[in-house]
Design a protein around this ligand. Structure first.
Ligand code: SF4
Length: 286
């Protein structure tokens, strides 16, 4: 049995930063409040909860302090935190902050904004709050028609396209081409910012490469993790035997035994030790 592990597997920079700083804070404080799940990985968040992390749905539930996770949050939450006198520990990934800044700059220059991303993802919910009133989220191809209709009704002639950091690169390119095609005769000034983060891009490229040469591709990560699900979608296209697991206990070892070449990749919120435990169990099978 040959096992190929993705070089880019494991925590990304933003998640590593959020987890290590939160751990440090929990060593110094009894309780820390975090707005939403710190990262989309149950094992990691459970450990942090044991150390005193309290994950809350609304900022109103915080007492004394609040951590803003790597995905960032809505603009209004910073004002609320200030009014409540909370100490804000902002662990928003710098790459997400950069998108917020781009959005604000273009809003002030009168642009309409299309944000390509998963509508219900916390990062998208946060980013759209920086995009002003003339903005539309495009999650699926079907959304493009409605987005363009709104743009044309608004009579705004400048359009910026942004992306959620963990969106699929292939889909982003496809959507941009469709928008470009529709706007080309309409005197619209089009600005495209491919704000998919490098870590995500490299992971997706590596997943594509590995999954096209293995018998089974194992993607390790949280079921709610956007980037993990994207990796799974990519892997499935090249390797129909691809599976998505949260930890080694979900592996069907009887099934895996039948394969000679196994590929492994993880989402950006998956710690190294989850990958190691999968590798360990596979090595025992060999
Ligand atoms: S995936 Fe990229 S943007 Fe998101 S937290 Fe990680 S490094 Fe930051």
């Amino acid at each position: 049995m040959e096992i190929i592990i993705g070089k880019t597997a494991g925590f990304c920079f933003g998640v590593e930063n959020a987890v290590s700083k939160t751990n440090k804070l929990l060593n110094e404080n009894n309780n820390m409040f975090c707005l939403g799940e710190l990262i989309h990985n149950k094992q990691v968040t459970k450990e942090l909860e044991k150390k005193g992390l309290i994950m809350i749905e609304n900022i109103e539930q915080a007492k004394g302090n609040v951590i803003i996770r790597a995905h960032g949050t809505e603009k209004k939450n910073y004002n609320k935190a200030m009014n409540m006198g909370l100490k804000v520990i902002d662990l928003t990934c710098p790459k997400v902050i950069k998108i917020h800044k781009i959005a604000e700059e273009y809003v002030s220059n009168g642009y309409y904004i299309f944000l390509i991303g998963n509508r219900s993802h916390p990062e998208t919910i946060g980013t759209i709050s920086y995009c002003g009133n003339n903005a539309y989220i495009i999650e699926h191809e079907e959304d493009i028609k409605k987005a363009l209709k709104n743009l044309y009704i608004s009579k705004i002639k400048k359009l910026l396209i942004l992306s959620q950091t963990t969106f699929s690169l292939d889909k982003f390119n496809k959507f941009v081409n469709l928008i470009r095609e529709d706007t080309k005769d309409k005197d619209i000034q089009l600005e495209i910012k491919k704000t998919i983060c490098d870590t995500t891009r490299l992971r997706q490229e590596e997943t594509k490469e590995i999954s096209s040469k293995v018998d089974v591709m194992i993607i390790i990560g949280g079921k709610h993790s956007s980037n993990t699900n994207k990796l799974y979608e990519i892997a499935k296209k090249n390797c129909t035997n691809s599976i998505l697991i949260e930890d080694y206990k979900q592996l069907d070892l009887k099934e895996i035994k039948n394969y000679k070449k196994i590929g492994i990749m993880s989402g950006a919120s998956t710690p190294k030790k989850s990958i190691e435990s999968v590798v360990e169990i596979l090595n025992k099978l060999c």
